[in-house]
Each structure stands twice: as structure tokens, then as C-alpha cells.
Design a protein around this ligand. Sequence first.
Ligand code: AP5
Length: 184
Amino acid sequence: MKRLIFLGPPGAGKGTQAKILSDTYQIPHISTGDILRAAVKQQTPLGQKAQDYMDRGELVPDNLILDLIKERLAQPDANQGWILDGFPRNVSQAAFLETLLTELDLAPDNVLNLEVPDDVLVERLLARKRKDDNEDTIRRRLEIYHKDTVPVISFYDNRDMLKVVKGHAPMESVTASLKKIIEQ
Ligand code: AP5
């Protein structure tokens, strides 16, 4: 069983690598970004509340995210392990997850931080053309990343759980680096 948390800035390759490794290890890829984009597309109450924040590159408020992740981790397929991509995104989400996993008597096996220089991230995101991949929103997402998400790296580093992987490399070699750590 593998329980993996992927950290990294927008465009680091979290989603790309999580998809590959979710197939490899047959565990669900739980992306809060994907869940929110599906909710926006279906215009559910969650989607209607989240849309503006996402379009601006701001974090969706924790009160919309925390129950969502708790419910997702309670689904039967999550018994097999999981890859969390895009969560936790700030220290309060990380603390919430820690409490939740302690209650469930579970712990993450690895917290993997994908490092990629900002100029490469901007280049990758502009090429992808998702709705929030325009220059203003990318800039805001990077600001929010540095302000709110970088402290999550220290949160896990202080607990000796953090592993760093260079994400500025061909996709296959990033996958190989991740597998090497996960399979240690
Ligand atoms: P989210 O969907 O999580 O977006 P993000 O963190 O900005 O991440 P990205 O999907 O942009 O990057 P990625 O690291 O997954 O890279 P990818 O593999 O796609 O969040 C979107 C929004 O939802 C947030 O702004 C927020 O509003 C909200 N949200 C989500 N979670 C939240 C939470 N927990 N709390 C509050 N709000 C939340 O790759 C990017 C591109 O690079 C692709 O085109 C890919 O093909 C390419 N690429 C990948 N790897 C490589 C490589 N090695 N070499 C070359 N190109 C590569």
C-alpha cells in the first residue's frame, strides 16, 4: 500500500506524474484541482463557489476543501492507498490532514516535493492553455504558492518526511526518480 503526497508549484508536473504512478501502483490519484474543475463544469454548489477563486488563481477557502478531502479519503478505493495532488496547499490544510490521518491510524509513506524553476513553470503553463493558464493568473498562482504552500514544505521537513525531486528533467526521468524513492 502506498500513501503519497505530491508537493510542488503550479506546472511542476504533479498531475502528470501522479497519473502515471496511480496506474503503476493501482491507487487513486486524488487531485483537488481536478475535483474542483469537475464541480465548476457541472455547476454544482461547490463549483459555483469555487469558480471565481480558481479564475483569479487564489486558493479556494479551506471550508470548501476540508470536508471534500475527508469524504474522498473515506471512499472504499482509498483503502488501497492514494496519491494526493494539490492538497495540502497551506499549513492549516496540512495540520487538518495530519489530524485526520492520525484518527484513521494512517501516515503518508512519502511526501515528494517536485522542484522546478519559476521561468520553466511559466513556459510550461502558457503552453498548456488551461483556463487558468494566462499570464496574470499564473503570476498570482505562483505568488500564492510562495506565500501559502512553501510553508507546507517546512511542515513536512520538520517531521523528517520530505523528499525532494528535481522536476526540471524529461518526464520519464522524473518518474524514475520518484519510483526510486517510493520503492526504497
Ligand atoms: P491545481 O489543479 O492543483 O493546479 P496547480 O497546482 O496550479 O497545478 P497544475 O495543474 O498547474 O500543475 P501540475 O504540477 O499538476 O503540473 P502538470 O502535471 O499539470 O489547482 C488549480 C486551482 O484550484 C488553484 O489555483 C486553486 O484555486 C484551486 N485549488 C486546488 N486545490 C486546492 C486546495 N487544496 N486548496 C485550495 N484551493 C485549491 O504539468 C503542467 C504542464 O507541464 C503540462 O502541460 C505537462 O504536460 C507539462 N509537463 C509536466 N512535466 C513535464 C516535464 N518533466 N517536462 C516538460 N513538461 C512537463
